[in-house]
Design a protein around this ligand. Structure first.
Ligand code: PBG
Ligand code: ZN
Length: 322
C-alpha cells in the first residue's frame, strides 16, 4: 500500500513537502483616495476597507510600507465627474496628487495606477458614451492621456482596466513618446463582466448610470476568448497580464500560466473579499484560514502576483507562519 500519510504526520513534515508558499513580495493592496472627504470613510460593503482623504493617507501608506508587501494599486475618486472624465488626466487630479505624495514619502513602494475612466465619468462607464454606446476608438486618446499623466506623477506601473480594444498598443506608444520607455504596462487582459465587482462600485463610486459593462468586459462563460485577449495584449506590448476576478476564474489563471511566459497577476476582487468578511463576521468561517487557503489556491493555479484587499492581514499571517 502507498502511504501518502507518511508525509502528513507532523507540522514540520508537512512544511517540508509543501509545494506552494505565499510570500509578501507578490502581494498588492488596492486602495481608495477620495477628494471629497476629510476623514477616512468606511465602505459598508467592504468591512475593513476605507476611502481616505489625501490628508490622512500617511497612516495607511505607513502600514503598507511596514507590512513589506510590494505595493499598492491606487483608485482615485474625484469630487467632480463629467462626460469626458476630465479629472482622470488632469495632472492635479486626486489620483495624481496621491501618487506624488506616496512616492515622496515611501519611494520604494511600488505604485500601480489603474487606468480607466469609470471613476471619473458622470455616467460611470469606462469609455466615452454617445447615444448610449460606449465608443472604443474615441476612448483610447483619453486613456493615453491618463496613463501619461499618472506616469508623470510617478506611477511605477500602468494598469489599463477599461477593456477597450487596442488600448495597450496605444498606451505603450504614448508612454514611449513621452519618455516613459521604462514604465511597464500591467494589462487587465482577461477582465470578466462580473457581479463580484459590486462592492467595489460602492468604494469607487463608479456604478454605471445605465446599462452594464457587457459590451466591453468579457462574458464569464468564455475561456478560449480570455486566452486570445491575453495573447493580443502581449502582442501589443504588455509587460504583465492579469486575470480578474481570481477565484471563480482559476481555470483561466492556470491555462494562462502554462501558455504565456510573462508575469501573471490575478485580482482577488471586492466581492470575493466581502463574501469572506461576511461569513467570518457571522462566525461561519475562520477568516485567517479561509484567506490563506484562497490566496494559496490563486498562487497554486499559477499567479505570480496577487492583488487583494486581504494583503495587509495576509502579510501579518505569512510572518507568523514563518
Ligand atoms: C475599473 C475597475 C473595476 C475594478 C477594478 N478596476 C470595476 C469595474 O470594472 O466595474 C473592480 C475591482 C474590484 O471589484 O475589486 N474599471
Ligand atoms: Zn472602468
Amino acid at each position: 500500500m502507498r502511504r501518502f500519510r507518511r508525509l502528513r504526520t507532523s507540522n514540520a513534515m508537512r512544511e517540508l513537502v509543501r509545494e506552494t508558499r505565499l510570500s509578501k513580495s507578490e502581494l498588492i493592496y488596492p486602495m481608495f483616495v477620495s477628494d471629497s472627504i476629510i476623514e477616512k470613510k468606511p465602505i459598508d460593503s467592504m468591512p475593513g476597507i476605507f476611502q481616505y482623504p489625501l490628508d490622512n493617507l500617511y497612516e495607511l501608506i505607513k502600514q503598507v510600507s511596514d507590512s513589506e508587501i510590494s505595493g499598492v494599486l491606487i483608485f482615485g475618486i474625484p469630487n467632480e465627474k463629467d462626460e469626458l472624465a476630465t479629472s482622470a488626466y488632469d495632472d492635479n487630479g486626486i489620483t495624481q496628487r496621491a501618487i506624488r505624495y506616496i512616492k515622496s514619502e515611501f519611494p520604494k513602494l511600488l505604485v500601480i495606477a489603474d487606468i480607466c475612466l469609470c471613476e471619473y465619468t458622470s455616467h460611470g462607464h469606462c469609455g466615452v458614451v454617445k447615444d448610449g454606446v460606449i465608443l472604443n476608438d474615441q476612448t483610447l486618446p483619453l486613456l493615453c492621456e491618463m496613463a501619461v499623466s499618472m506616469a508623470k506623477a510617478g506611477a511605477d506601473i500602468i494598469a489599463p482596466s477599461d477593456m477597450m480594444d487596442g488600448r495597450v498598443a496605444a498606451i505603450r506608444r504614448s508612454l514611449d513618446e513621452n519618455g516613459f520607455v521604462y514604465t511597464p504596462i500591467m494589462a487587465y487582459s482577461a477582465k470578466f463582466a462580473s457581479v463580484y465587482y459590486t462592492p467595489f462600485r460602492d468604494a469607487a463610486e463608479s456604478a454605471p448610470a445605465f446599462g452594464d459593462r457587457r459590451t466591453y468586459q468579457m462574458d464569464s462563460a468564455n475561456a478560449r476568448e480570455a486566452l486570445r485577449e491575453i495573447s493580443d495584449d502581449i502582442d501589443e506590448g504588455a509587460d504583465m497580464v492579469m486575470v480578474k476576478p481570481a477565484l471563480p476564474y482559476l481555470d483561466i489563471v492556470h491555462e494562462a500560466s502554462k501558455r504565456f511566459d510573462l508575469p501573471l497577476a490575478a485580482y482577488n476582487v471586492s466581492g470575493e473579499y466581502s463574501m469572506v468578511k461576511a461569513a467570518a463576521q457571522l462566525g461561519w468561517i475562520d477568516e485567517r484560514r479561509v484567506v490563506m487557503e484562497n490566496l494559496t489556491s490563486i498562487k497554486r493555479a499559477g499567479a505570480n502576483i496577487i492583488i487583494t484587499y486581504h494583503a495587509l492581514d495576509a502579510a501579518k499571517w505569512i510572518d507568523e507562519e514563518n
